[in-house]
Design a protein around this ligand. Structure first.
Ligand SMILES: [Mn+2]
Length: 350
C-alpha cells in the first residue's frame, strides 16, 4: 500500500466563505446570540461555541453559552476552568428572549419542547429529523463540530488565540478518541493546523485532571467485584452519584490482558447504565447492546464502545431482581451467553 498525501485534501474555502456571509447576515442584526450546547456539555461543543464567538467577532457578553444540564466529566470541568469558559443554565423563557439562538454540536430535536426555535445549527451528527433553522451546516462526514469551526476561522482569517486553538484541538481529540475513531481528512487537516498553536501544558492538565480523593475510596470498594469469564470482564459498581465513573471504569478495564469484552454497570437515578467496550477486532459493541437491551431500554453505540440505559423497573421485570448481586450475575450471564454462547457459573460471593 502506498502512503497517501494528506495535503491532497482540499478544503472548500469558497463554500465556507459563502456560508459565513450567510451566517453573518443572519446574526449581525441580533444584539445577543445564545450559544446552546447539549445537556452535559462536552469539549467539542464548548470549543465550537467559543470558536463561533470569535468567528462572529463577538465577546462573552453578547454570546453567552447555555446548557439545560451541567458539565459532569472531570476533563470537561477542567477544560471550563483552565480556559475560563462559563456555561449558564438554560431555560425556555431565557432562550426565547434572545433574538438569535445557535446550536453547536447538537440538533433541535434533541431538546424537544424545551426549545422554541433555533436560528443556527452547526453539527456533525447525522440528521435525525427535518431541521427548521435559518442557517444549518451539518457535516456528518466530519469527526467533530470543532473541525467545521476551524474551517470557519480559516475562511474569515480570524486571529486564533492559544486558548481557542487548545480548546478546538481538544474538541477534535476527544470526539475522535484521540484520532482513534471516525476521523476523516478534514479532521486531520484541522488538527494539523491547530497543533502548533496549542498550549501543551494546559492541554495536559485538561486530559489528566485532578480526581477527587473520594474516587480512590470508590475504586477500593468496587474493584474486588471485578469478574472474569472467558474474554469477558464485568464489574457492577452498584449505585453511583456520577454517571461518568461507569464509562471511565469501562475504559480502564479494557487494558487488562486477554480482555475481549468489558461490561461495567451501575445504578444511576432510576436506571441501570451499562458501558461496553472491546478492542475493535470482535463484533460491534453497538450491535451487541442493541440486540440485548433495545426491547427493555435504550441501547446503542459504535464498534468499540456502546452503552445501554435500562429503567430499573424494566430490568426487574426481565431479570427478576435489581439487588446488586443479582444484577452483577445477570449482566455477566447475558453477555457470556451472547458473546460466547456460554452459561455463566453460579455466583460465588462477590
Ligand atoms: Mn461532537
Amino acid at each position: 500500500m502506498q502512503l497517501a498525501n494528506p495535503g491532497a485534501y482540499e478544503v472548500d474555502q469558497d463554500g465556507n466563505k459563502a456560508r459565513l456571509e450567510q451566517l453573518r447576515k443572519l446574526t449581525d442584526p441580533a444584539e445577543r446570540v445564545a450559544l446552546l450546547l447539549q445537556d452535559d456539555p462536552d469539549p467539542d461543543g464548548i470549543a465550537s461555541a467559543i470558536a463561533l464567538r470569535t468567528v462572529l467577532g463577538r465577546n462573552r457578553a453578547t454570546t453567552p453559552l447555555f446548557s439545560y444540564g451541567t458539565t459532569t466529566r472531570a476533563e470537561n470541568l477542567a477544560m471550563l476552568r483552565l480556559l475560563d469558559v462559563t456555561v449558564e443554565p438554560a431555560d425556555t423563557d431565557t432562550l426565547r428572549a434572545f433574538p438569535c439562538v445557535a446550536l453547536l454540536d447538537v440538533q433541535p430535536p434533541y431538546f424537544g419542547d424545551r426549545l422554541n426555535h433555533a436560528h443556527v445549527v452547526i453539527d456533525h451528527h447525522p440528521r435525525v429529523a427535518p431541521i427548521d433553522a435559518e442557517y444549518c451546516d451539518l457535516r456528518p462526514q466530519y469527526g467533530a463540530t470543532s473541525t467545521i469551526l476551524t474551517e470557519y476561522l480559516e475562511a474569515c482569517e480570524a486571529d486564533v488565540s492559544q486558548r481557542l486553538a487548545t480548546a478546538l484541538l481538544y474538541g477534535i481529540k476527544s470526539d475522535t478518541l484521540m484520532l482513534n475513531r471516525e476521523t476523516g481528512p478534514a479532521d486531520l487537516r484541522a488538527f494539523m493546523n491547530l497543533y502548533p498553536l496549542q498550549n501543551y501544558s494546559v492541554l495536559r492538565r485538561i486530559e489528566r485532571p485532578e480526581l477527587p480523593l473520594a474516587f480512590a475510596h470508590f475504586l477500593v470498594r468496587v474493584l474486588p467485584r471485578l469478574r472474569k469469564q472467558m474474554g469477558l470482564l464485568t464489574l457492577h459498581v452498584g449505585r453511583v452519584e456520577r454517571e461518568d465513573v461507569i464509562p471511565q471504569l469501562a475504559d480502564f478495564c479494557l487494558q487488562f490482558e486477554n480482555t475481549e469484552w468489558v461490561a461495567v454497570s451501575g445504578k444511576w437515578h432510576n436506571e441501570l447504565v451499562i458501558s461496553v467496550r472491546n478492542p475493535g477486532y470482535v463484533r460491534s459493541a453497538g450491535d451487541v447492546v442493541r440486540k440485548l437491551f433495545n426491547t427493555i431500554g435504550r441501547a446503542g453505540g459504535h464498534r468499540t464502545m456502546a452503552k445501554a440505559r435500562i429503567p430499573l423497573r424494566h430490568w426487574r421485570k426481565q431479570f427478576g431482581s435489581t439487588h446488586d448481586s443479582a444484577v452483577s450475575a445477570a449482566v455477566e450471564s447475558v453477555f457470556l451467553q451472547e458473546l460466547y454462547g456460554e452459561t455463566a457459573p453460579p455466583l460465588g460471593g462477590t
